[in-house]
Design a protein around this ligand. Structure first.
Ligand code: SAH
Ligand code: F3S
Length: 436
């Protein structure tokens, strides 16, 4: 059988990057950067905010002419937009051959066969899949970092969020499979693994909890660093904090989305914790690990957010002092509780939300910059990941605390853990000099 040539476009989070690498392996395909060379075109989509899902749909539109010129070409949509709109997409987009939800990736080769044999246009969005974790992701030779998915879906019910709708209920992957994938990657030269899941620290299987998984991974020889994302505040346990404190391979960084600093807004969002509770969790982490880096996600302009609520988010950002944060303007998502609230008089004006977002981002920039400036003169252990984006005579890697470091160096060093003396602190990264 001939090797398929695949043009693959990926939008969204780490989970989608991981799924794209699985799609590539499921098809045993070689990738092309030119859709005109492809047998199959796939757009792997994100639905988290309206802008993301529009981007995905307009991207699909670009392949219309190509399909007209080459009717043998198969054009498909996968990921969260596929799951969200399903049949609708097939009806609205005549040049689309298939729609495949995130759980159904293992069935992709059979789907392609079916399309070729029957000229059908399948929509596969069932969550009722026997082996949702089947098919390992493709791994680029020489890349020292990799994701390992330990969980699909989400059991939380944040009122703004589409993820539980499009990725289904939480399914946790068996411990042996996680360990086996980690070992397989290490054999290929991987040094750092990032465990991924929507609420990664809620992972459990039988009597095992996330803290146990961290400890078991910590025992694997050849693995140098373990990261994980995203943590749900209410799922931080004593066991997890102990593992982080005691296992040196676990990086001292936690991505811990807070979303808002106002108790009222947190309640409207159904986040199940209060501001004080969040601040206490941060204190617990810092008491155990004074150097831990903490990053976050924040939504502004959620329906019902007053100026005073927003100020509470600003004071929370000040009080916690996040190393970095991603912040977003609230975007209503179809069928969510948040959308209903957004349709009421509680809605926040776009311009108000925009102003708040700009203020918050500027403030976070100042905090991150000040924190990064404090690293100047210090020496940091950096796992070198790749050439720097803007200058190929520079290298780029990360510290244990997830700070990006750029410094001049030869590309032979990629994949090595080296000491770098920090010479400059910027808002989003550090610069330094490699110490021989
Ligand atoms: N647990 C997930 C969260 C996914 S969404 C994870 O793995 O990261 C990532 C972030 O997007 C959320 O933390 C939230 O801050 C933001 N977000 C989610 N839904 C949103 C919406 N409807 N509008 C704006 N931002 C949203
Ligand atoms: Fe979304 Fe909340 Fe789950 S943000 S992914 S519903 S934890």
């Amino acid at each position: 059988m001939k090797t398929e040539t695949l043009y693959l476009e990926t939008y969204g989070c780490q989970m989608n990057e991981y799924d794209s690498d699985r799609i590539r392996n499921a098809l045993g395909a070689s990738l092309t950067e030119d859709p005109r060379q492809a047998d199959i075109v796939i757009v792997n989509t994100c639905a988290i905010r309206e802008k993301a899902d529009q981007k995905a749909l307009s991207s699909l539109g670009r392949f219309k002419n190509l399909k007209t010129k080459n009717p043998e070409l198969i054009v498909g949509v996968t990921g969260c937009v596929a799951q969200l709109y399903g049949d609708d997409l097939i009806r609205r987009i005549p040049h689309l051959d298939f729609v495949l939800g995130p759980r159904a990736i293992p069935g992709l080769p059979r789907l392609i066969e079916e399309i070729r044999e029957n000229k059908s246009r399948p929509v596969e969005t069932s969550f009722d899949v026997e082996e949702p974790f089947d098919v390992l992701p493709y791994h680029q030779e020489g890349k020292p970092t990799a994701f390992v998915s330990i969980q699909q879906g989400c059991n939380k019910k944040c009122a703004y969020c589409i993820v539980p709708t499009v990725r289904g209920a939480e399914v946790n992957r068996p411990l042996e499979d996680i360990i086996a994938e980690a070992r397989h990657l290490i054999a290929k030269g991987v040094k750092e693994i990032t465990l991924i899941g929507q609420t990664v620290n809620s992972w459990k299987l039988g009597r095992l909890r996330f803290g146990d998984l961290l400890r078991d991974l910590g025992e694997i020889e050849g693995l140098e660093r373990i990261r994980f994302t995203t943590s749900y505040p209410r799922d931080i346990t004593k066991k997890m904090v102990e593992s982080m404190t005691e296992v040196p391979k676990i990086c001292r960084h936690i991505h811990l989305p807070v979303q808002s600093g106002s108790d009222k807004v947190l309640r409207l969002m159904n986040r199940t914790y209060t501001r004080n509770w969040y601040v206490d969790s941060v204190k617990r982490l810092r008491d155990a690990m004074p150097d831990i880096a903490i990053s976050s996600d924040i939504i502004v302009g959620y329906p019902g957010e007053t100026e005073d609520d927003f100020e509470q988010t600003m004071t929370l950002v000040e009080e916690v002092g996040f190393d970095s944060s991603f912040s977003f303007k609230y975007s209503p998502r179809p069928g969510t509780a948040g959308e209903e609230l957004w349709r009421s008089e509680e809605r926040v004006e776009e311009s108000t939300a925009g102003r708040r977002l700009a203020r918050l981002q500027e403030y976070q920039r100042e905090i991150s910059l000040a924190k990064n400036m404090k690293r100047i003169g210090k020496s940091e252990l950096v796992l070198i990941e790749e050439e720097s984006r803007n200058d190929s005579s520079w290298l780029c890697g990360r510290t244990e605390h997830n700070r990006i470091v750029n410094f001049p160096g030869e590309k032979e060093l990629i994949g090595k853990m080296v000491e770098v003396r920090i010479t400059e602190g910027l808002a989003n990264s550090l610069r330094g000099q490699y110490i021989n």
